[in-house]
Structures are given as structure tokens and as C-alpha cells.
Write a protein that binds this ligand. Structure first.
Ligand SMILES: [Fe+2]
Length: 275
């Protein structure tokens, strides 16, 4: 059964149990729907599954597109739900987020933008890949410097780097027009720091996994609607919402998997041309 982590530092000898929730697309109104799905309801179902599935949660990662209508109410609701989990919660923004509203409401209590919220064997680096007013991603000089500095400060510690946008094409033409637009600069830094074990993103609303230069690259399903892998144009997938867990060992090894709820609570709206 689930137990909240004890407060305070995780001892370096322990493995870390990480829950990634991404692309929650919440609304101010509790009845708010994206493509026919009440995103608050699917989030609750995914959270229920996470609490049933995971023995414990040490860290929660929120990897962007958290609120669809930029409303303070949406962020407040999510912050309350994360506080209730009792574990440190780290966030970064996606293209649908309003970063200034997020920062005002998050960054108190257990929800924080600070990657290294607690001492652990693993270094978490959270990057902001958003471009104001655009859906695609970019890491500006400040974010690249943040990455470089964080990796230089902890050269011995296995590292998980998180951002919203995919850093490599995922094979879906419409979605790959909204990928990170300067992956060379990003991977140029990653390649100089062999302690990086994994890069993790949201945005693509589907499970994705590949390996580049011994670094695992992972994308994860949304807690609401899913996009069809390999589709040239926008298309929904009938796969259900879910979450990713990662178990990070102090020696740099890790395991990860995606878990999904059994069914959608409401019928999917397949006839839409986009979202
Ligand atoms: Fe999204």
C-alpha cells in the first residue's frame, strides 16, 4: 500500500520512487473538458491508480501543460492535490501554461520549481523549454547555462533532466513541428556530462522511449487524452490516460514504466481536427 515519504532528506543509500504526471490540462471550472474528457476527473482516476500501484512516492514531477485555460483556480486545485500526496513536487511549464500564474501559486509548501528540493543521490534538473505565445520549444541561453551549471556542480551524481518538449523527433509529423528547436545545443551539453542517465518530457501525450549515446530518452502519456503515435496529422489514440513511475537507484541504475487507467470515464471525441 501507498505510504507518503517521511519528511526530510532521503538517505543517499535509498532508491527514489518518482511519479511523473504530465499534461493534466485542467480548467478553472471543475466540469472543464478537453476533447470530451473531464480533465479533472481523469487526473483523479490516474492519481487513484498511482496510489494503488506505487508502494511509496518520494518525488512528484509535473512536466507541463498543467492548466489549459491559464486559470489560477486550475493551478490552485493542482497544488492542493499535490500537497495531499505528502511528497516534494517539482514542476516545469508547458506551452499551454501561464508561467507567471504558475509561479505565483506554486513555489510554496511542497510544490517547487527547484530541481534539488531535497538531498538525494540523484540530481534533478528541470528546464523551461517554452517560448511565449508559441507551441514549439526552445532552450534559451539562460536555461542552457542552468543545465551546464547544475551538471558541473554535481559531476558524480546520476542525473535526470526534465523539460516539456521532445528533444528528438517522435515520428509524428504534426507533433514534431512543435519539438525542441535547438536540440544540438542541448545534447552538446548532455554529451559532455556522462552522469546524465535519462531525459524525460511530456507534451507528446504518448509513451516514447529511445536511447541516444547511452542516455535514455522518455516521453509519457497525458493524464487526459492521448495522441496517436506515428500519425502524420493530429489524431487521438484510444489508449487510456496514465502516469509514469521511475525507481532511481543510488548507483545510477533505474527502472521505469507507464501505467494506465482501465477505461475512459466519458466517450472520446474523435472527430476533432485539433486541440
Ligand atoms: Fe499537452
Amino acid at each position: 500500500m501507498f505510504r507518503a515519504s517521511p519528511r526530510g532528506p532521503v538517505r543517499a543509500a535509498e532508491s527514489l520512487c518518482v511519479l511523473q504526471l504530465t499534461d493534466t490540462h485542467l480548467y478553472a471550472a471543475p466540469e472543464g473538458c478537453l476533447l470530451g474528457q473531464n480533465t479533472g476527473r481523469t487526473l483523479e482516476l490516474v492519481l487513484d491508480l498511482a496510489l494503488q500501484t506505487l508502494a511509496r512516492i518520494d518525488v512528484v514531477l509535473l512536466t507541463g501543460d498543467l492548466v489549459h485555460d491559464e486559470s489560477p483556480e486550475g493551478y490552485r486545485y493542482l497544488a492542493q492535490r499535490m500537497e495531499a500526496l505528502g511528497a516534494p513536487c517539482l514542476w516545469l511549464p508547458g506551452n499551454h501554461d501561464k508561467a507567471s500564474v504558475m509561479a505565483d501559486i506554486f513555489n510554496s509548501g511542497t510544490v517547487t520549481a527547484e530541481g534539488n528540493a531535497r538531498e538525494s543521490a540523484w540530481n534533478f534538473v528541470l528546464l523551461d523549454s517554452t517560448i511565449p505565445g508559441q507551441d514549439g520549444g526552445h532552450l534559451d541561453s539562460g536555461q542552457l547555462a542552468l543545465l551546464e551549471d547544475s551538471l558541473a556542480r554535481r559531476p558524480q551524481d546520476p542525473t535526470l533532466v526534465c523539460l516539456h518538449h521532445q528533444a528528438v523527433p517522435v515520428g509524428s509529423a504534426w507533433m514534431d513541428t512543435m519539438a525542441l528547436d535547438n536540440p544540438e545545443a542541448f545534447f552538446g551539453i548532455i554529451d559532455r556530462h556522462p552522469q546524465v542517465r535519462c531525459v524525460l518530457w511530456g507534451h507528446i501525450h504518448q509513451e516514447f522511449s529511445t536511447v541516444r549515446n547511452d542516455v535514455q530518452l522518455l516521453g509519457s502519456p497525458s493524464t487526459c487524452v492521448q495522441f496517436l503515435p506515428g500519425s502524420a496529422e493530429f489524431a487521438l489514440d484510444a489508449l487510456t490516460p496514465g502516469f509514469r513511475w521511475l525507481r532511481l537507484h543510488p548507483d545510477g541504475r533505474f527502472e521505469t514504466a507507464v501505467e494506465r487507467i482501465a477505461t475512459y470515464p466519458d466517450p472520446l471525441v474523435f472527430s476533432t481536427a485539433g486541440y
